[in-house]
Ligand binder design. Structure first.
Ligand code: PMP
Length: 465
């Protein structure tokens, strides 16, 4: 077989990709026709593709490259660990230093009494762990009928059968037999899209009280846990009204329901604190972590659980785990990533400088004629595209039609933004500099202008009835 390298012509790489590589969340035939964009290297916030284009990665990979690309320290930590102990499991009463050190470090960083870590290879795996953990916890407590988990529509908690069931993505549930039984979904706190004329804070309370109504409908004795992202990421960066989380916390407390904060995106600095739970004063019993834990340099996820849950779970054998639970190389990389986040005071810098600057600039995009709102929390933002600003109207076209046009314009202008339906979203590396933020905003504005023109030319600037 020919040696496949970065130096091969793009068309050859695309042909091989189409022939042999099946992509996640992708229409394979459509991609084969178009050819995948092939990324060859990256540094800081900049990606280089196989044609030599340099793009500003406003998505931080997939919400994960918090410390930016190209940090040699992480490569060295991985190489060191691979030489010393490339793999050992943590199943049969064995452990190793990287897993011990990372669990101890996470216990130090996590708020409250979240002092115990069950490792996984990804966010999806960690949320699968959570499903089994909360149900086993209640069974151990003598309440085996408490097996219902309440989540939210348009939430994203992963793509395995369990975590995809926790998620509230209708398109995912339509394929492959999801959701599994005893997962229920309430509405999301998405004021811009669903709040109508209600005051945003009143709407936040209303949506939180759906949790209480659902608990009462099902019977509190049947409900094990509620799971939610502090800020919904993949659903389109849905920032809840300030009233929402305190009311959710009250309801969980009053009904004795476990609260799982899915921190896969919000964790490790994205909202300006180490965890989104701190930003919203949430007191979770379990936090799901992944992504920013290793800045995406190595696959790793996990569940950080409270003293109480650990005490109960440790009193039984939990028949659960993954070959790569606490993989030593991933743990070593994560530890080095956390060292950099801490020593370079990246989270503090986000809170004090970078996020306020990004917010100020991002909100200037709200003046664009096709932008209905420019939402932002910390280092995650969204633009709602609209044919009619004042009424917050949706487009008449299939959701995502205009968003896709805009995303393609962004790519052509060397800016990686993603679209979720007709919302454009960003989640850049936390280390993005002010001049790079300026470039991001300039490219976004140009792309919005071009997208607006194309939308008009294609006759798509129509509001849904
Ligand atoms: N939870 C949240 C909030 C996520 O955003 C994601 C991934 N986007 C996951 C879980 C799943 O993580 P993974 O893709 O690592 O399985």
């Amino acid at each position: 077989m020919t040696l496949i390298t970065n130096h091969m012509p793009t068309a050859e790489l695309q042909a091989l990709d189409a022939a042999h590589h099946m992509h996640p969340f992708t229409h394979g035939d459509a991609l084969a026709q178009k050819g995948a964009r092939i990324i060859t290297r990256a540094h800081g916030v900049t990606l280089t593709d196989s044609d030599g284009n340099e793009m500003l990665d406003a998505m931080g990979g997939l919400w994960c490259v918090n410390i930016g690309y190209g940090r040699d320290e992480l490569a060295e930590a991985a190489a060191r660990q691979m030489r010393e102990l490339p793999f050992y499991n943590t199943f049969f009463q064995t452990s190793h230093v990287p897993a011990i050190a990372l669990a101890a470090k996470l216990a130090e960083l996590a708020p409250g009494d979240l002092n115990h870590v069950f490792f996984a290879g990804s966010g999806s795996e960690a949320n699968d762990t959570n499903i089994r953990m909360v149900r086993t916890y209640w069974a151990q407590m003598g309440e085996p009928e408490r097996n219902v988990i309440i989540s939210r529509k348009n939430a994203y908690h992963g793509s395995s059968v369990g975590s995809g069931s926790l998620g509230g993505m209708a398109g995912m549930h339509a394929q492959g037999g999801m959701p599994i039984p005893d997962i229920h979904h309430i509405d999301q706190p998405y004021w811009y899209g669903e709040g109508g004329d209600t005051d945003p804070e009143a709407f936040g309370i209303e949506r939180a009280r759906q949790l209480e109504a659902k608990i009462e409908e099902l019977g509190a004795h049947r409900v094990a846990a509620f799971i939610a992202e502090p800020v919904q990421g993949a659903g389109g960066v849905i920032v809840p009204p300030d009233s929402y989380w305190p009311e959710i916390q009250r309801i969980c407390d009053e009904h004795g329901i476990l609260l799982i904060a899915d921190e896969v995106i919000c964790g490790f600095g994205r909202t300006g604190n180490w965890f989104g739970s701190q930003t919203y004063s949430i007191r979770p019993d379990i936090m799901t972590i992944a992504k920013g834990l290793s800045s995406g340099y190595a696959p790793i996820g996990g569940s950080i659980v409270s003293d109480e849950i650990a005490k109960v779970m440790n009193a039984c054998e939990f028949s659960h785990g993954y070959t790569y639970s606490g993989h030593p190389v991933s743990c070593a990389v994560a530890l080095e990533n956390l060292r950099i986040l801490e020593e370079e005071e990246i989270v503090t810098r986000v809170a004090q400088e970078t996020a306020p600057y990004l917010k100020e600039k991002w909100q200037t995009l709200a003046a664009h004629p096709m932008v209905g709102e420019a939402q932002i929390k910390g280092m995650m933002g969204a633009l709602a595209l609209t044919p009619h600003k004042d009424s917050r109207a949706k487009f008449a076209s299939k959701p995502g039609t205009v968003g896709y046009i805009c995303r393609e314009r962004c790519f052509d202008n060397n800016l990686v933004m993603r679209h979720v339906g007709d919302r454009m979203i960003i989640s850049p590396p936390l280390v993005i500099k002010k001049d790079e933020i300026d470039t991001l905003i300039e490219r976004a504005w140009v792309s919005l202008d071009q997208a607006e023109k194309l939308t008009r030319d294609d006759g798509l600037m129509q509001a849904a009835a």
